[in-house]
Design a protein around this ligand. Structure first.
Ligand SMILES: Cc1cc2nc3c(=O)[nH]c(=O)nc-3n(C[C@H](O)[C@H](O)[C@H](O)COP(=O)(O)OP(=O)(O)OC[C@H]3O[C@@H](n4cnc5c(N)ncnc54)[C@H](O)[C@@H]3O)c2cc1C
Length: 303
């Protein structure tokens, strides 16, 4: 509590906006989870570096959140500092064949902008509800595209200093990279794209239509709950295990797409976790495949 008060004072002195009433239910797309003790929104790189430096020096538990579209916050909340990049860290622009975007920007909005400006290469990203920082950290991907295929360079904060680096340093792989907090905080990213061959808008619209048709977008979720196991599809295994519609409390395996655990209304994070664990156990018993969650499950003791 003392550390939280000290951090609050530090943020106030630096003029960095902060709240003490944010909840997981408000800042994640699952719409579950309790109160985050302190939620700061630095509006420029200097403020982000200052608050991260403070937290590190004081040994204060902290976490970088993007749009919370791949996160589960515990119901009891977290006695820690969350940092969400805001203001000038959310802008994006096209220059030549490059899309230059702040890490707090909406990845989908930036991708749509690049297509509107006559570029192609990010059509697949239109329906991913994360930030540029979150997409880079997770090496987000869809419909055959991945961040690592188009990321050209990025500016990150590591050990308190901002550096411009290349993707080669990030060992980017399937839904993972070393550009992820806590080792690294992405401040901005540059995507190398190409001149539109005339079909980019149609491809992007097509991918969005496929999402609307196949995904339960009318319910809160974190997208695909599980990573794709080698040689299988998580959704197919879950469906074949007879788990479509399987429900605990307000959380359930989606009837529309078995790869999604959804919040049907009033779910707790405990409900979501219970569904995740039941699915893993059942699929393992039936098919010998242990599904690994793609969603990052935050626990107070693990951060
Ligand atoms: C309906 C729906 C559909 C989805 N479809 C897809 C899809 O097709 N493909 C896909 O890959 N994902 C998909 N997702 C999952 C999610 O959108 C992606 O993983 C996204 O990239 C997460 O971004 P975020 O900003 O929400 O990150 P968060 O969920 O807030 O955070 C995820 C991780 O990234 C880290 N992080 C966030 N910002 C930074 C930063 N600036 N620097 C360092 N680390 C950072 C966090 O610390 C955390 O570990 C979907 C989710 C939903 C709800």
């Amino acid at each position: 509590m003392e550390l939280i008060n000290a951090a609050e004072e530090f943020l106030h002195a630096k003029g960095i906006p902060a709240r003490t009433d944010m909840t997981g239910a408000e800042c994640t797309t699952f719409r579950t989870g309790g109160r985050i003790a302190l939620f700061a929104e630095p509006r420029d790189a200097e403020s982000a570096a200052a608050i991260l430096g403070f937290a590190r020096e004081e040994g204060m538990p902290h976490f970088i959140i993007g749009n919370g579209s791949n996160l589960l916050v515990p119901d009891e909340g977290l006695d820690m500092l969350f940092i969400r990049l805001a203001g000038g860290l959310c802008s994006f622009e096209v220059r030549g064949d490059e899309l230059i975007a702040g890490a707090g920007a909406s990845f989908a909005a930036a991708a749509k902008h690049s297509v509107a400006k006559g570029l192609m290469g990010l059509e697949w990203a239109a329906g991913i509800p994360g930030t540029v920082g979150g997409a880079t950290a997770m090496n987000a991907g869809a419909y055959g595209g991945e961040v690592k295929d188009v990321l050209k360079r990025l500016t990150v904060l590591r050990r308190g200093a901002a550096e411009e680096i290349t993707p080669a340093e990030g060992s980017m792989g399937y839904r993972r990279s070393e550009f992820s907090f806590p080792g690294c905080t992405v401040l901005s990213a540059v995507f190398g794209l190409a001149q539109d061959d005339g079909g980019a808008k149609e491809r992007m619209d097509g991918f969005s239509a496929r999402r609307r048709e196949k995904q339960p977008l009318n319910y809160p979720s974190a997208g695909s709950t599980f990573k794709r196991p080698e040689g299988y599809f998580a959704g197919k295994l879950i469906e074949d295990a007879g788990l479509k519609g399987f429900r605990i409390g307000g959380a359930a395996v989606s009837e529309k797409h078995a790869g999604f655990v959804v919040n049907l209304g009033g779910a707790t994070s405990a409900d979501v976790l219970a569904v995740i664990e039941a699915v893993r156990e059942t699929v393992y018993k039936k098919f010998g495949v242990m599904l690994e969650p793609e969603v990052r499950i935050l626990r107070s003791e693990a951060i």
